[in-house]
Design a protein around this ligand. Sequence first.
Ligand code: K1U
Ligand code: ZN
Length: 172
Amino acid sequence: MALREILIVPDPRLKQECEPVSEVNDEIRQILDDMLETMYDAPGIGLAGPQIGVMKRVIVLDVSDDKEKPAPMKMVNPEIIWESEDFSVYQEGCLSIPDQYADVERPLEVGVRYLDENGTEQEIEADGLLATCIQHEIDHLDGVLFTDYLSALKRNMILKKVMKLQKAKKSA
Ligand code: K1U
Ligand code: ZN
């Protein structure tokens, strides 16, 4: 397993749509393992392919809390097959937009279809933080960031802050 570099806004790869995976093979399994290691190291509760420059439809997640047993999830070609009419608001963060948080409203519950690491089709129902995180990660595969749900004013303020912080980090 290997730690991968996490891309930070405004890297153009974060705004691109990813290609579906045609075969779940050892190369894909290696990417998924590297993504989980990178996510735990960050630390984060999710990570999508484009955040490490892999433009494929792959995501990993673990929304278990510190007191629980780790619950890693690996999803290939994930798709939302239904969503609830009820919405919830969660203060989201993003490893590609470090140290910035904002309230985002999304469907409270979703149905998700995906391929597991053996290439077997799975379907799950998710709610709460898992539902929020899955939607956030699938958005990454379509080049959508949580800041795209905010006003242009808030989005640009966040982008400017991140660029300033990154510049300061590099010259420190
Ligand atoms: O996709 C990402 O950038 C990861 C992101 C996932 C996410 C967080 C919150 C709502 C929706 C999706 C993160 O993991 S940000 C870091 C974070 O939330 C966290 C870090 C350490 C402990 C607990 C949470
Ligand atoms: Zn993110």
